[in-house]
Design a protein around this ligand. Structure first.
Ligand SMILES: Cc1cc2nc3c(=O)[nH]c(=O)nc-3n(C[C@H](O)[C@H](O)[C@H](O)COP(=O)(O)O)c2cc1C
Ligand SMILES: CC(C)CC(=O)C(=O)O
Length: 341
């Protein structure tokens, strides 16, 4: 690739060049055959956009309100682990990039900077992500989230154990120290066989956590739902997230906002997810690639690229605000053939 990257996929190329293979494989990889990994991207390509023309699009406003927080666009940085493997400044740089773009920063508890370091380094609205950890870890996380001004807790529910990423196993991937666990568990490498990320997960997760233990929805503590397959890193052969979004939106019946992630690489992808009912989208790997390539500046550039592409898509499709994007602005695969569009 010659010159500056002009889209998110070119940032991936840059990241691939600068990262040691073991880390590039860790960030880019998915579970087992990586069927779902490919599908998360491919399924977007099968959805087409139905533009409206001769609409006054002289002013486009992408701003929206997510769980009470006004943001510049319906974009959230997805919680992903291990940012210091991409760049020495890690999650602090990512959060600053998110703050510069006025979008929400999702911080993984398995981050390489502590929650406190991220909180004190930037003004971004921050959500903290947790797994169903053993109870003492969760209690510690909740207290620190409150103390450090995190505005929501994202509970990742698909990880009673870690998915099998075969590249990590072959590469004998060593997890970086996850500093949030300091004082709670041993943060030293815990296995010399295959990927020790799996060993880490086994030490911290509570695989017995299930519906019996939570009445969260009845108690009204669920403020939103994220339709996600963990970037295709857990159960392979689950469907592409974009192909099930609408079904979830119907089931939720507007009771809480539905957010979405998995495979967003273009502004058109964001537009399609919004048309199918998402309130906002989370972006995982592209942000990591921006961070790897250029630190905080790269994160900002990636988010700005996606914002600019969304703005362009909205203008060309005849939508001045995110609320103007409706179900009738897209055709799914089946509809495409029915309508002969
Ligand atoms: C390298 C990597 C690490 C991740 N770590 C976490 C994590 O610690 N917690 C979590 O809930 N999700 C994690 N995810 C999943 C993301 O939150 C998100 O669902 C996914 O990246 C979205 O797909 P995308 O990468 O195609 O945008 C991770 C994803 C990647 C790629
Ligand atoms: C450290 C891991 C548990 C992070 C994760 O969720 C992932 O790599 O997909």
């Amino acid at each position: 690739m010659a010159g500056e990257p002009v889209n998110v996929n070119e940032f991936e190329e840059l990241a691939r060049k600068v990262l040691p293979k073991i880390y590039y494989d860790f960030f880019s990889g998915g579970a087992e055959d990586q069927y779902t990994l490919k599908e998360n991207i491919e399924a977007f390509r099968r959805i087409t956009i139905r533009p409206r023309i001769l609409v006054d699009v002289s002013k486009i406003d992408m701003s929206t309100i997510i769980l009470g927080h006004r943001t510049s666009a319906p974009i959230i940085v997805a919680p992903t682990s291990s940012h210091q493997l991409a760049h020495p400044e890690g999650e602090v740089a990512t959060a600053r990039g998110a703050a510069a773009c006025n979008v929400i920063m999702g911080v993984a508890f398995t981050s390489t900077c502590t929650m406190e370091e991220v909180a004190s380094s930037c003004k971004a609205v921050r959500f903290i992500q947790t797994f169903a950890f053993k109870r003492e870890i969760t209690a510690n996380m909740v207290q620190r989230a409150e103390r450090n001004g995190f505005r929501a807790i994202i509970l990742t529910a698909d990880t009673p154990r870690l998915g099998r990423k075969e590249a990590d196993i072959k590469n004998k991937m060593i997890a970086p120290p996850f500093k949030n666990f300091e004082g709670l568990i041993s943060t030293e490498a815990v296995s010399d066989k295959g990927s020790n990320v799996e060993a880490y997960a086994a030490e911290t997760l509570d695989p017995s956590f299930c519906w019996k233990q939570t009445k969260a929805i009845e108690a009204g503590v669920v403020a939103g739902i994220i339709v996600s397959n963990h970037g295709a890193r857990q159960l392979d052969y689950t469907p592409a997230t974009i192909s099930v979004l609408e079904e979830v939106v119907h089931a939720v019946q507007g009771k809480v906002p539905v957010l979405f992630d998995g495979g967003i690489r273009r502004g058109t992808d964001i537009f399609k997810a919004l048309a199918l009912g998402a309130k906002a989208v989370l972006i995982g790997r592209p942000v990591i690639y921006g961070l790897a390539a250029k630190g905080e500046t790269g994160v900002k550039q990636v988010i700005d690229m996606l914002k600019n592409e969304l703005e362009q898509t909205m203008a060309l499709a005849g939508c001045c605000t995110v609320d103007d994007i409706t179900r009738s602005h897209v055709n799914t695969e089946t509809e495409r053939f029915l309508c002969r569009m």
